[in-house]
Design a protein around this ligand. Structure first.
Ligand code: PLP
Length: 402
């Protein structure tokens, strides 16, 4: 089954961390809320550790879910945290993760952010020649050599990816053709060169596409070894491991990806001694461990169609409404927290005055009444922090780790 089922009682009550959902909702202060299941996150990390060859480092890309308690939970379980702003860097440092295992990527890093990162001793993935100049200045001022890696805009795309972030003209990283020049300047300015960051794209469910991107990334780096100011110590191969969001999606097969990573790890030992391979994963680690829960406020019939109006919506969960970069809107897996014996086709909408505020479009569910809890699964990543929470000035959403 593509979407792993959560445990459920005979009466339809879902269980989270072995407790009835309605009890957990009452504990956190009601709806709407996000609930993230620590045990599910741990199970996912265990699965990866068991499947991947030894020595592959697993980083958490915290933009997927920057909730501080969750980042703290990750800190003792992953090998590194990847941040995309000074704000995220703060949370990552607070989490207890060692500074030398934190890396910073993202276009448009400000001078202040770069200086903060140098002072903290975290690894900076350089995305432009401008950043290079600012890092050299920050290094001088602080008397600390900036630790840098080169983020490469690869000369190819990650095929069949939900979000492509490499190949062609992109605002991310430095074009592969200009990497030799960047390496030369890193050497000239005596920054602390550590390696490469090669992130091809996101939300990919095709093992062959991931394998191809990782192999080609590795080959590309081997072609630059002569030009590196010092031997690379880290090869961050990105990730892009996707999760199924609907019954149409086929789960990513880990075994072939792991086999190919074993080949690359072997090549890494021979061709780049002293370097290690890392993956940076966001949604794959946390996406399937979180649910969004809202309460049915109203039940309306309009020209023969039933609408459930709930107390949450796109302002908390933009992705479930289909407005977070999706080309085609597809329903997330959803359910009621009760078995009522009668099924019906309904649309579930939020309280915002816009037709975009649609959490489920004509789905079959148990017949609901006002007061019922409505659950959206696969909601652990790109939820609260990726949503326009101010839009229409409704209350913010509660988020808890259970
Ligand atoms: C967004 C992002 C990630 C995480 O992507 P997921 O699809 O959540 O795994 C990792 N690395 C970089 C550079 C990113 O921008």
């Amino acid at each position: 089954m593509a979407i792993e089922p959560w445990p459920r009682r005979a009466d339809g009550e879902w269980l989270i961390a072995a407790r009835p959902l309605s009890q957990v909702v009452a504990e956190v202060g009601g709806t709407p809320c996000y609930l993230h299941d620590r045990a599910r996150i741990d199970a996912r990390i265990d699965l990866l550790r068991q499947s991947l060859p030894n020595g592959i480092r697993i980083h958490y890309a915290m933009k997927a879910n920057p909730m501080p308690a969750l980042v703290c939970h990750m800190a003792s379980r992953v090998d590194g945290i990847d941040v995309a702003s000074a704000g995220e860097m703060r949370v990552a440092l607070d989490s207890g993760m060692r500074a030398d295992a934190i890396s910073f990527a993202g276009p448009g890093k400000s001078e202040a952010e770069l200086a903060q990162a140098v002072a903290a001793g975290i690894l900076i993935n350089i995305e432009s020649f401008r950043e290079l100049a600012l890092l050299a200045r920050a290094s001088d001022t602080l008397g600390i050599a900036a630790r840098v890696a080169v983020r490469v805009n690869l000369p190819f795309e990650l095929r069949a990816s939900g979000m492509k972030m490499s190949g062609g003209a992109r605002p991310f990283g430095v074009d592969a053709e200009r990497v030799p020049e960047l390496l030369r300047q890193i050497g000239e300015r005596q920054l602390g060169f550590e390696g490469f960051h090669l992130f091809a794209g996101s939300q990919n469910l095709h093992a062959e596409a991931i394998i191809e991107a990782q192999s080609r990334s590795f080959d590309l780096v081997t072609g630059w070894l002569d030009q590196c100011p010092s031997s690379p110590r880290i090869l961050n191969l990105g990730g892009g491991f996707g999760i199924p969001y609907s019954a149409h999606d086929k789960r990513l097969e880990l075994a072939p990806v792991a086999d190919q990573l074993a080949v690359l790890a072997d090549r890494c030992r021979r061709e780049l001694p002293g370097a290690h391979l890392a993956l940076e994963l966001g949604r794959y680690l946390v996406g399937e461990a979180g649910i969004y829960v809202a309460r049915v406020i109203d039940r309306k019939t309009s020209r023969g169609e039933v609408f459930l109006v709930v107390d949450g919506g796109m302002h908390h969960h933009l992705a479930a409404s289909g407005n977070f970069g999706q080309v085609i809107r597809r329903n997330y897996p959803v359910a009621l927290n009760r078995r009522t014996g009668m099924r019906e086709t309904v649309s579930v909408v939020g309280p915002l005055c816009t037709p975009l505020d649609l959490l489920a479009d004509r789905v079959e569910m148990d017949e609901a009444e006002p007061g019922d809890l409505f659950v959206v699964f696969q909601s652990g990543a790109y939820g609260r922090s990726a949503s326009p929470r101010e839009f229409l000035s409704h209350p913010d959403v509660i988020e808890a780790l259970v």
